[in-house]
Design a protein. Sequence first.
Length: 80
Amino acid sequence: MADASAIKEHMEVIGADGVHVGTVDHVDGDRIKLTKADSGEGAHEGHHHYISLGLVAEVEGDKVRLSANGDVAVTFEEEA
């Protein structure tokens, strides 16, 4: 797991394949809270989603790269 203290607000979260997953709102315990703007559509719209820090492979520049591809990472998201 990458150093959570290196994850900052407004960083882009991308999958291992480079696909945009979301934008960091903040780190909340052992999870990354994503902004509502990236919440999706339909029933998912307007909700915050969370990604486990366990999925973070590395923090590089202004991006948080996950160990899973973008389409797989979204299946691990939790809604709040």
